[in-house]
Write a protein of this length. Structure first.
Length: 407
């Protein structure tokens, strides 16, 4: 009877010891706790909800890719923690604090609105958890040289410089700007004026500022029609308002006789022709991606899987959300840690493979601090229901596929 008792105790103690060892291991070992990445982006009005939606879709597929290929830090999955900032600084600050202090994220991506990113930047610097701009473009974001601020998106000085070079090449002389009263809109007006001075361009410039929540732009458009510009640059952050502007410009016969240049790639979305029909033809727009661009192996995987999942090719915000997860997965492995301070060090030291090439985050001068920029192009639709992959590239010269088509 005593032998049986000793044998029973021996076999009972072994599992208990294993449990004790597992609990004694450092965090993330044995239990394989996930690495938490916050995605804070506008998912409700008044923010640019479509941008937020695409960024989130891309980030989710990024996590899927990483988790299906072994995870990070020796087999830990990435877990996304979602926060809606509604495109407002107040919700952005509250959301960042919640993600960091309550949810325990190591890093946050997904920022769209410059006003939100700027407001959150100072809080991020105090709390020490890095935050990525995914679509916010104000130069102020990276110009402050904050250790916790990173960006993989075009900055306003580069965008303004690019369209001024395009304007010079085409020969436009009278330029109108219709801009929303946000950091994005006002910043681009200022950058355009500064760029004209630096480049010595003798252009006539007329800028009109409107409230972001406006529902009728007819008065401003009528004023611009009377001024007779060669080109109208439209600076909206919310595509629904931009669709309204194009319709109203068409209805008063300002567009397409006066070409409109959209300040970012919202015309590249599948709903563009559904919303505008033949009223949208001949629009010019800035783009950071063209379907004929060469992608990395990761980018090709994403394009194929996204098409299979959503029935349409991804556009730039989705690519960028996906790419930021790729960058962070590589940085986590380089750091061998999910601690924010060590992740920041790895981000500064490493070279990371994103969707279309290598990305680095150097301590550059001015707004080029922790900054990586995608290509910038001017595209034009030349027929109704044209696909972005068939849209001619007008600029820059080394990517050009066609000349500007005058309506």
């Amino acid at each position: 009877m005593k032998l049986q008792s000793r044998s029973y105790l021996r076999y009972a103690v072994i599992p208990l010891l294993l449990v004790m060892v597992l609990f004694a291991l450092p965090d993330g070992v044995g239990a394989k706790e996930p690495v938490k990445i916050g995605v804070m982006t506008p998912l409700s009005p008044p923010g640019a909800t479509l941008l937020g939606k695409f960024i989130l879709q891309g980030a989710r597929m990024g996590a899927e890719y990483v988790n299906s290929t072994g995870g990070v830090l020796g087999g830990r999955n990435i877990e996304l923690v979602i926060e809606d900032d509604s495109g407002t600084p107040e919700k952005g600050i509250a959301g960042y604090r919640r993600l960091v202090t309550q949810k325990g994220v190591s890093v946050i991506i997904g920022q769209v609105h410059s006003s939100v990113m700027i407001a959150v930047g100072d809080l991020a610097e105090r709390l020490g958890v890095p935050i990525f701009s995914t679509q916010a473009s104000s130069k102020t974001i990276t110009e402050k040289h904050l250790m916790t601020t990173f960006r993989t998106h075009a900055i306003d000085p580069d965008r303004a410089r690019m369209w001024l070079r395009f304007i010079k090449e085409i020969g436009f002389k009278r330029i109108a700007i219709l801009a929303e009263n946000t950091d994005y809109g006002l910043g681009l007006v200022d950058e355009t004026k500064a760029g004209m001075a630096k480049m010595g361009l003798k252009l006539e410039l007329k800028s009109l500022i409107f409230d972001k929540k406006v529902v009728d732009l007819t008065p401003q458009l009528l004023e611009l029609r009377g001024w007779k510009p060669d080109l109208l640059i439209d600076i909206h952050s919310v595509p629904t308002t931009a669709y309204l502007m194009v319709k109203q410009a068409f209805d008063i016969r300002l567009f397409p006789s006066t070409p409109i240049l959209a300040s970012f790639d919202w015309p590249g979305r599948s709903e563009f022709w559904k919303n505008l029909g033949d009223k949208g033809n001949y629009i010019l727009f800035i783009s950071y991606y063209h379907p004929k661009m060469k992608l990395t192996e990761r980018g090709e995987w994403f394009k194929k899987e996204y098409l299979g999942k959503y029935g349409e090719f991804p556009i730039y915000p989705a690519f960028n959300g996906f790419g930021q997860i790729m960058i962070l997965a590589d940085a986590l492995n380089l750091a061998q840690s999910d601690k924010p301070a060590e992740l920041i060090t790895a981000l500064e030291k490493g070279r990371f493979t994103s969707w279309n090439g290598l990305v680095t985050f150097e301590r550059g001068e001015g707004p080029y601090w922790h900054q990586w920029s995608p290509p910038l192009m001017v595209l034009q639709y030349t027929r109704v229901n044209q696909s972005p992959k068939d849209a001619p590239i007008l600029y820059p010269p080394d990517m050009k596929t066609s000349d500007y088509t005058k309506p």
